[in-house]
Write a protein that binds this ligand. Structure first.
Ligand SMILES: *Cc1c(COP(=O)(O)O)cnc(C)c1O
Length: 374
């Protein structure tokens, strides 16, 4: 079962590419016969040849409705592989206020490589249009919904504008997961995920993935060559674990989205809360776009502004019993993070808490937040 098909994501994921537990071969090299021909022509050396990795990529491509997908040892390795294809002197339009690791790496990389980085709020249609028209970027990079602001960028519009300017659109769809959104169907050229998050879902694998419908495009060829030659490959055991985690991906994402919606609605007008950022809420500024480009829910990620200052927000996190205080998102367990402590100089409000909603009972999570807010 490879390539595009009409199966439901629940079937693709549960089947996992083989219907049962796949073999895990940790070998780094593969034997040749007496005639010196490879015993398995697909496998020479493990830097780019692993059956379990290919099986995992095939399932990811099917879920994303893509022609092909490439796994990387982390989400950042996937992002870096995209931008390393750019020549010196190139232009990038990248969304501002996104995952801090991406912004920090892009700023450093672009400075060293003489690439012009234009950071703009792509969730604002006017800024999206004027920045792309002005800079004619080789790559426009958006993250929707964004982390931790939960802003939504219109993927169709971003793709149209970028293509008209001669560039390619890359979408970090980590918070949406391949279950809730298929950016390639909306015009994106490459979709990226930190598979460390909901795709694996059990907070025990680092992985990243890129997928495309244009495997012959020069950028995709350059990315594939870079992965092979520079060696940013996933370990076979990580791919095996990822495949195992993905078998329940549709179930987990449905549950997380449903609980997140319940929790966001409960706290939207709460005396101890100033704001809830969640694209599923009807009054969220990006709700109409999110409803158009996501289906089956709005994901498990949200941010809240606790009434008061940093001390009030930190006091509430300290009282939480069910939410674990840790970074990351998309796992079966709910997490809370005080982003301002992690990145104090990037404009994150001191009273913002980012919540990753897991698969626990929503009522229990609401009760925990209620007691913590006091
Ligand atoms: C975590 C994350 C990344 C980076 O992925 P790693 O697997 O941690 O390298 C990129 N983008 C978003 C939106 C993320 O949440």
């Amino acid at each position: 079962m490879t390539g595009k098909n009409d199966l439901d994501p629940a079937t693709i994921a549960a089947h996992g590419g083989s219907g049962l537990v796949p073999d895990l071969n940790m070998a780094t090299t593969y034997a040749r016969g007496a005639d010196y021909a490879l015993l398995d022509p697909a496998n020479v050396y493990a830097r780019d040849h692993s059956d379990i990795t290919r099986q995992c990529e095939s399932v990811l491509a099917q879920l994303e409705q893509a022609e092909t997908a490439l796994l990387f040892p982390s989400g950042m390795a996937a992002i870096a592989a995209v931008f390393r294809t750019l020549p010196a002197g190139a232009d990038i339009v990248a969304q501002s206020g996104i995952y801090w690791g991406t912004t920090a790496w892009l700023r450093d990389f672009c400075a060293r490589r003489d690439v012009a980085l234009h950071e703009v709020d792509t969730a604002d249609p006017a800024q999206l249009e004027t920045s792309i028209a002005a800079h004619k970027p080789q790559i426009t990079f958006i993250e929707t919904p964004s982390n931790p602001w939960l802003k939504t960028t219109d993927i169709v519009r971003a793709a149209d504008l970028t293509h008209a300017a001669g560039g390619l659109l890359v979408v970090d769809s980590t918070a949406a997961t391949p279950i809730l959104s298929q950016p390639l169907n909306l015009g994106a050229d490459i979709v990226m995920h930190s598979a460390t998050k909901a795709i694996n879902g059990h907070s025990d694998v680092l992985a990243g993935v890129l997928a495309t419908n244009a495997p012959d495009a020069p950028i995709w060829q350059a990315i594939a060559t870079d992965r092979h030659d520079a060696g940013a490959v996933i370990n076979p055991f990580a791919a095996w674990l990822l495949l195992r985690g993905m078998r329940t991906l549709p179930l987990r994402v449905a549950r997380m989205s449903e609980s997140a919606m319940t929790i966001a609605s409960h706290f939207a007008a709460h005396p101890k809360i100033d704001a809830v950022y969640y694209p599923g809420l009807p009054d969220h500024p990006g709700h109409a776009i999110a409803a158009r480009q996501m289906h089956g829910g709005f994901g498990g990620l949200m941010s809240i502004l606790v009434k008061g200052d940093a001390a009030d927000a930190l006091r509430a996190t300290g009282r939480l019993q069910l939410f674990t205080r840790a970074t990351s998102l998309g796992g079966v367990e709910s997490l809370v993070e005080h982003r301002h402590t992690i990145e104090p100089h990037t404009g994150i409000p001191p009273n913002l808490l980012r919540l990753s909603i897991g698969i626990e009972d929503a009522g229990d999570l609401i009760a925990d937040l209620e007691q913590a807010l006091g």
